[in-house]
Design a protein around this ligand. Sequence first.
Ligand code: ME8
Length: 525
Amino acid sequence: MKNTFYITTPIYYPSRKFTLGNCYTTVICDAVARYNKMKGKEVFFLTGTDEHGQKISNNAKAAGKSEKEYLDEIIADAKELWKLLDIDYDKFIRTTDDYHVKAIQKIFKELYDKGYIYKGAYKGLYCVPCESFWTESQLKDGCCPDCGRPVIAQEEEAYFFKLSAFTDKLLKLYKENPEFLEPQTRVNEMVNNFLKPGLSDLCVSRTSVKWGIPVDFDPAHTVYVWIDALFNYMTALGFKSDDETLLNKFWPADVHIIGKEIVRFHAIIWPALLMALDLPLPKRIFGHGWMLFGGDKLSKSKTVDSKECVDPRILAPRYSSDSVRYILLREIPFGSDGNYSTEAFLTRFNADLVNNYGNLVSRTFSMLKKYNNSIIPELGELEQIDKNLFEMVDQEIKNVDRYMENFDVSKSLISIFNIFTSANKYIEATEPFRLAKAPDKKGRLDTILRCLLEVIRKGSLLLYPYLPNCTTTVLSAFEIDPKEAKFNDLDKFSLKAGEIVHSIPMLFPRLDIQKEMEELSKLAE
Ligand code: ME8
């Protein structure tokens, strides 16, 4: 069986700095990628930027910069942001990369030679100062959504892709592969809104957009948007280059994780383009919901309520990268929309990270220090309460695995934190602090401490893909490197009696929520 796992984020538009919304998808992909590594798979995790189009060119001009200068600054900031959030990607593709540009020209030509691309005329609503075409639905009060000026009806020569030829093939694809597009609601949307009414051909070149990949056999045209953007998932692996080793190893992708607004492009245009070239299709596409900020998607062209600080560049250094990852992964039921708020972020921080996981670790390690000089004790005979704890842990490990098959990071985290809640309750129920006062109960005390240490080890390994920093710290107390850990390690009791548990710094400080909300609203201004 193929033991590789290829996962991708969308390539984001660097039309301005990335938002917490972009972080949402990227952090999910990072957690899924790390999880699959732990499962023993050879993982390739791709992210990147979608750099062509009039809008980027206009923004650069407005900033008094060349496109390249403008983009390089935003890409440098994006890479810093991914570092800040511990995003461990394998490759960052930029659609302005030379190899991508060359590959797209070859792909466009091949589609043309096969008769899937033909020349026609594009009719649209054009904003002259912005040099941009808009559709009726994109207009704001009948005017250009960027500058607010009136638009005019205009026509230009353009190439088209014969998307209309693929309606039946796509319906068959969805029917025969229920996993191809998830959640199921997205399939219904595609079928009812687009496939049943019948697909129209797609405009794939422009003469009015200069900032794009030139069609090499007709240089007045540039490749328009989706052929350029979607094929990134293959050109990043060397498709149409001299070296297709990575492509042969990792294509087809195991999953493209994307936001719901671009499902149409990934679930209709992308498979149609691949079918036209007789190429294998991605195995799965997951269209997640939106993280809403005061009811808004925080698209890059909108601003959010200034009282909410939603800049990950401020939040991560102040509260840790893990805490930002945690709110992104935990707060929204995967697949649905959900709200972000500063209050929810700070409340989860205290309730889950400080009072639950942090508290479990600090209580256990301090009892171990006090009652056994930080030495891992022997495991005595297990009582029913100990067995119940481990049965529960094993059940939650199975649940996490099942949820992660469907990329449900939020439910996985609920399961993992159930483990910590149960371990905290186990401390209350077994009262090691009372046993410590009775010398004849030392054996039992040792067993309880040992059980707690094993639960902390297992729970921290399980939590590592989601929160890599704090778990690495906790596991360092046992000299365990989670990067090397495998999922099967979770089956065992693997700590060794007699070895020392090193002391570690406090994981998360308790926050004064009111005070932090005030501070953050100042930082948002
Ligand atoms: O669409 N909640 O780029 P883009 C959840 N270049 N996810 C969000 C989000 C939010 N509030 N805001 C952004 C593009 N996202 C194209 C993609 S792919 C071949 C080309 C995430 O910069 C989500 O993944 O507009 C969404 O699909 C993506 O950012 C949109 O990024």
